[in-house]
Design a protein around this ligand. Structure first.
Ligand code: GLV
Ligand code: MG
Length: 319
């Protein structure tokens, strides 16, 4: 599996300037890590962090984790050096570059072109390194479909709630919670759905961003549960204590996984010659048809990717 299709239930943010956090991150069970050169890295620490990141990637020890580096956005003076130093130095040990505050498709194209140049110069496979696009402002959201299709390298579309809330002047300082005064629904629904629709329309992963109250794991589960319920593939984790919550929330429940596998088996049987070539059939008290199979495929795909095993198996009725 390439990083385009591997699970990203938990995406751990690691400051690129902290050797201590980098060493700790290797031992944790997140699906992805991203070594950060952007907001978790002070401006004066960025040049040193590029070197620390290159060493950390080349040293290895990351197991099956997807290895990503977040560079600074194109409106800064740091982006090209972030990309050239990190990819020239450790491109063979890197799965994707995360580009924050993406506003237009052209910004993705610019990164794609730069990556291609580096891959050719260094003799790497051209096109292997993916792009993760963070949507963090109104312009980015209005262009999200063009951003998703700007390059075949794009693997994920990520919601960046903190920057997004600031950029639209939302009257709240608490990421993930509803802004005080807005009592008629979920203030993030439109944003999350727009990102999810772009991701699903173009076969990308949809990733929810950080939750900053790192000691309140119940609140993390609540917020993560909302985007997981909509169909998101994963969420950022800022602290080891959030990882299990993310891995569980973005995996199916055991009973749903078993049920999905059973629907697939039952549907295959009933549509076969032996099962009577039926277009719809009953499994227990439930009627299933082709649409049920498609829904079951989603749940079973997530469960299989997460390494789940069946605890219950449907058997065809005695004839
Ligand atoms: C993440 O980058 C955010 O702004 O929420
Ligand atoms: Mg941000």
């Amino acid at each position: 599996m390439t990083s385009r299709t591997r699970p990203r239930r938990s995406c751990l943010a690691v400051p690129g300037s902290s050797q201590k956090f980098i060493d700790k991150a290797r031992t944790l069970n997140s699906d992805q890590i991203f070594l950060d050169l952007e907001d978790a890295c002070a401006p004066l620490a960025k040049p040193g962090a590029r070197k620390t990141i290159v060493e950390a990637l080349n040293e290895g020890g990351w197991g099956e984790k997807i290895r990503v580096v977040r560079v600074n956005d194109w409106t800064t003076e740091w982006t090209y050096r972030d990309v050239t130093e990190v990819v020239e130095g450790a491109g063979a040990n890197l799965d994707a570059i995360m580009l924050p505050k993406v506003q237009t498709a052209e910004q993705v194209v610019a990164l794609d072109l730069l990556l291609t140049q580096i891959e050719k110069t260094m003799g790497y496979e051209v096109g292997r390194i993916g792009i993760e696009a963070q949507i963090e402002n109104a312009l980015g959201l209005t262009n999200v479909n063009a951003i998703a299709t700007a390059s075949p390298r794009v693997e994920t579309i990520i919601f960046g709630p903190a920057d997004f809330m600031a950029s639209i002047n939302m009257k709240s300082l608490v990421v993930g919670e509803q802004p005080p005064g807005y009592d008629v629904g979920d203030a993030y629904h439109h944003i999350l759905m727009s990102i999810l629709m772009a991701a699903r329309a173009h076969d990308k992963q949809a990733i929810d961003g950080p939750f900053l109250q790192i000691r309140d794991v119940d609140a993390y589960r609540r917020v993560a549960g909302r985007s997981a319920a909509l169909g998101f593939d994963g969420k950022w984790v800022l602290h080891p204590g959030q990882i299990d919550a993310a891995n569980e929330t973005f995996s199916p429940l055991q009973r749903d996984y078993d049920h999905a596998e059973n629907i697939l088996d039952a549907y295959e049987y009933f549509t076969s010659e032996a099962g009577g070539k039926k277009g719809s059939a009953m499994i227990g008290d439930e009627m299933i048809d082709e649409a049920s199979r498609k829904m079951a495929l989603v749940i079973s795909g997530k469960g299989r990717a997460a390494g789940m095993e069946r605890t219950d198996k449907w058997t065809p009725p005695e004839s």
